[in-house]
Ligand binder design. Structure first.
Ligand SMILES: Nc1nc2c(ncn2[C@@H]2O[C@H](COP(=O)(O)OP(=O)(O)OP(=O)(O)O)[C@@H](O)[C@H]2O)c(=O)[nH]1
Length: 273
């Protein structure tokens, strides 16, 4: 598997730099609300390991047709907004490199098709997703009803133990204040039920788009770094065990050699006398 490469922060656009831990959209609707900052272990690791080389994290975007998955990714990656709808055929793919606490992290974003006829192709890409983003259209609340179904089908084939899960309402620019509040309330209930962190965004105005992806990147970094620490710990432990075994074997062999030498000496003494 390819590994994340270190990129000089000076050469990176501001949106890819994460210096402080980004807050959730709404603390009350987040299963990760208690994570207020990078953990001490992660900060220590980031500071003292010059190049961590974390594996890229796989992010999948799922949800009904035309809810705004592609537009959301394009707003973040290219700061572009396309008015005209162009259906995703199967799946699209984008890569975003982040610099977090001075280390590199890559998010591989798999933007899947919402159309029923592409479902089989899209499902093939659900495996090994570290992050699942369920998207719905705030101006069409019926698309919120299928959020649970989308997440279920993604979890059914996913092999990652605890993927980070987000529920994202797009097109917030299309709603008036009262509608916005009503839809957010409905979405909060669904998000709570599926244990996802909730976000309202608009790819048209850019509202909360950067904040959202920085939050995804920071939480992914925290998880990836902890996994790397555990992996390294096990590697060091197995190396130590192997060294211990080897030194025991050496001791055993040198003991055998010593006893052989002692026996030979005894024999030669007997012979001389
Ligand atoms: N007003 C407004 N329109 C949006 C927003 N996001 C997306 N759209 C529009 O919604 C339509 C569908 O967007 P897409 O991003 O193609 O939707 P999708 O979910 O990727 O669609 P599929 O790939 O077919 O599943 C496009 O015409 C976009 O311009 C938004 O935040 N505000």
């Amino acid at each position: 598997m390819t590994q994340t490469h270190f990129v000089l922060p000076l050469l990176m656009p501001e949106r890819q730099l994460v210096r402080t831990f980004p807050a959730p959209y709404n603390e009350a609707v987040s299963p990760f609300a208690e994570v207020k900052d990078f953990s001490k272990a992660v900060r220590f690791e980031s500071q003292w390991q010059p190049k961590l080389k974390l594996r890229p994290r796989k992010v999948i975007l799922i949800g009904d047709v035309a809810v705004g998955k592609t537009t959301l990714v394009n707003r973040f990656c290219f700061d572009k907004f396309a008015e005209k709808y162009k259906a995703t055929i199967g799946v699209d793919f984008e890569i975003e490199n982040f610099n977090i606490l001075g280390q590199g992290l890559t998010l591989e974003m798999w933007d899947t098709a919402g159309q029923e006829r592409f479902k089989c192709i899209a499902q093939a890409y659900y495996r090994n997703a570290n992050v699942i983003i369920v998207v719905f259209d705030m101006s069409k609340p019926e698309t919120l009803n299928s959020a649970t179904k989308w997440l279920k089908s993604a979890l059914a084939v996913n092999t990652i133990q605890m993927p980070l899960t987000f529920l994202v309402g797009t097109k917030s620019d299309k709603l008036n204040r009262a509608e916005f509040v009503r839809v957010e309330r409905l979405a909060a209930e669904i998000a709570d039920g599926i244990k996802a962190e909730y976000w309202s965004v608009s790819a048209r105005t850019g509202y909360k788009v950067v904040d959202f992806f920085q939050r995804v990147a920071a939480l992914s970094y925290e998880t990836a770094c902890k996994e790397a620490i555990i992996e390294r710990h096990f590697m060091e432990k197995s190396v130590a065990v192997r060294l211990q075994r080897k030194s025991k074997q050496c001791d055993f062999r040198s003991n055998q050699a010593d006893s052989r030498a002692a026996k030979a000496k005894e024999r030669s003494l007997c012979f001389c006398s």
